[in-house]
Design a binder for this molecule. Structure first.
Ligand SMILES: C[S@@+](CC[C@H](N)C(=O)[O-])C[C@H]1O[C@@H](n2cnc3c(N)ncnc32)[C@H](O)[C@@H]1O
Length: 241
């Protein structure tokens, strides 16, 4: 099946390109990150004054380090051992090698005030499975914060589906690019809804040179009957025993 092959290509590409990615991030080679999106995601997370954050698809860990510098306790997870190793070496959080499939299967037992995904939700079914696990990772009142490509900036057609990827704008040293699963704004909202998450806010950081959106940030919370309620039931039963 094409979709399964595309999911596998995402993982292969990130394994193969981990060193180049680490350089691109550490040397701040990606202009939109440098000018807009890094600060936008840090601001979106810190605006909620979290004590704890789970950084899903944390890469080499820059966001965990930025949040830790503000006193936030961070768990970072990523499927690529080399990236997790390099995150650990720089510190700023507790880092683990886990895939979204592992998380969907219950491998992450912790809960946090914020689950953040910074340009890390790239697949189709793998992302849907991860999202379904998110209500169970959120502390009561917690939020999922997702920064991703703004649909306005992606190639047509305007419909959910797989697209070929590219490393344009990331600098040199990259090999084969991975495909990614494009979602319209409505596609994202439906994916959150299917996972028991309701959209609470949407931010569109603008690129200062072009005046066009550099990304979109979704802020979602567990709907009643999902993570919030389960978590409060659990903490109530802990108090009773
Ligand atoms: C574009 S990078 C973003 C990394 C980091 N969040 C940042 O802001 O620099 C995408 C990350 O998602 C991770 N990733 C993609 N699919 C994954 C999966 N199925 N399970 C775990 N991590 C995954 C990749 O290994 C990669 O580190």
């Amino acid at each position: 099946m094409r979709a399964e092959a595309d999911e596998a290509r995402i993982l292969d590409a990130w394994q193969a390109n981990a060193p180049a990615w680490e350089r691109a991030v550490r040397e701040e080679r990606i202009e939109s990150r440098r000018l807009v999106t890094d600060q936008a995601i840090v601001d979106a997370v810190l605006a909620r004054s979290p004590r704890t954050v789970i950084d899903v698809g944390c890469g080499e860990g820059w966001l965990a380090r930025a949040l830790a510098a503000q006193g936030v306790q961070v768990i970072g997870v990523d499927v690529v051992p080399a990236l997790v190793e390099s995150a650990r070496a720089k510190g700023g959080g507790a880092f683990r090698v886990l895939s979204y499939e592992d998380i969907a299967a219950g491998a992450l037992r912790e809960r946090a005030d914020i689950v953040v995904c910074n340009f890390s939700l790239l697949g189709g079914a793998s992302v849907d499975a991860l999202l379904a696990a998110v209500p169970g990772l959120l502390a009561p009142g917690g939020r999922l914060i997702v920064q991703t490509v703004h649909p306005l900036m992606a190639a047509e057609p305007y419909a959910d589906g797989w697209r070929e990827g590219s490393w344009i704008g990331c600098g040199e040293g990259f090999g084969e690019a991975a495909p990614w699963y494009f979602r319209t704004l409505g596609g994202w909202v439906s994916a959150f809804e299917r996972a028991g998450l309701g959209l609470r806010d949407l931010v569109e950081p603008l690129h200062p040179h072009t005046g066009r959106p550099a990304s979109v940030i979704f802020i979602a919370g567990a709907r009643q009957g999902n993570g919030d309620e389960q978590a409060s039931r659990r903490s109530v039963s802990r108090h009773r025993t």
